[in-house]
Design a protein. Sequence first.
Length: 357
Amino acid sequence: MNEADHEAKAACTRFLSHHLPVAPRAMLERLAAHDTAELRADVYGEGGAIGLLERRAVEMLGKPSGRFFIKGVTAQLSVLSAYAEARGTRNVVVHPLSHLDHDEANAMERVGHLNAIRLGRHAPFGVEDLQRIADPLAAVVVELPLRRAGYLLPDFDALVAIADWCRAADVPLHFDGARLWEAAAGYGVSPARLASLADSIYVSFYKGLGGLGGALVAGSGAFVASLAAWKTRYGGDLYTAYPQAISALIGLDTQLPRMVDYVARARALASRLGTVPGIILQPAVPHTNAFQIWMRGDPAALAERNRSFAHDHRVWLFGGFQPTALAGHCMAEIAIGDGSDHVSIDEAADWVEAFLA
């Protein structure tokens, strides 16, 4: 989104995707009113709201230990570097559409000096892909859901098979779970059940939970302890981060219980949009609370139309448009959050239909 997009969105009163925007003053007031605002400030991530958040998150994930990070990139570079050092190899399995490989300016290789073994193309990889690898591995990374492919989840049995293969091969399995809360709701299982399949898990506190930022890595006590030095090496030691922690705790209270509803609403909207001519949904039945919508046009023209629609209707539809492999088509994302609380499925579909017209 550019500045014109931000200005157009700021003037809107209704939203198709994500949570309702919160002004900085209102967010600060919300943080100050929370019980944990009375705790002492953490110092370099120790104590205060950070400590409370770590304890609560690992309990929800069913893991022995967890460490807060201010940034997911830092968290996962630390995880993979720790695995590489412990196992004496820098080979890491990732999907080429994963956030690690697609959205981080090649940090995994340029900064972490890791060797990416890329499996899969337009869908999550499976155990049959892993079985073809002859190289030693530091870790296998599975992104849940695979956002760039349409927020896709592997079939749960297929995910269990990956976990079984990793344990049999003595290879750590790591979940890139920036949207693990949403993935668990999509599978219809608890976050702890999903996390039980992996040796380590990264979760985000600002995407589906609506926090200010921050992340957590959960795993065994020894492994989480090994991340401390890597957190420092990757510049992750912020002097204090209680605003992020308090906002994360608020998200666990207010947004996490609603994930199942968001998934159901996304599936209902996709079913209704499936009747609208001129669009393609990826996937046709959303795996989580989010999916892609493909439509004819080029990114610049569609972005201008999106701003015009916002100006005329005070409704913000799409956060951006990307070209696709299908000639003449672009892709936008729909991710259901509390921004759509007061919008019916039919009304949201009418918006999209009017936009296309």
